[in-house]
Design a protein around this ligand. Sequence first.
Ligand SMILES: [Zn+2]
Ligand SMILES: [Zn+2]
Length: 98
Amino acid sequence: MFFFFIGGITHEVCQVLKREAGWCINCQSPTDLVNTIKVLRLFFVPVWRWAAKEHFMHCNSCGLYYPPSLSPENIRCQFCDREVDAGYRRCPNCGSDL
Ligand SMILES: [Zn+2]
Ligand SMILES: [Zn+2]
């Protein structure tokens, strides 16, 4: 008897830690910082869930998960050395181009 394993481990949001904490590296939409659980799926049916204890950035627009370290959230102005939100093109503190 052959058994075809169709499935895999996916992430699911279990708690939103911070809304609009960064910007999607894929589509530039606001992303939430979330706590995730891992879900094992067999034939697209969730069969097992467990706490991953990992924080991910989750994009509501394209559904992408990625580690917060990839997020361009904390960029630092090279002129005044303050942290600037990645949504800015220009430093709000000193007006320099970023
Ligand atoms: Zn996205
Ligand atoms: Zn600045």
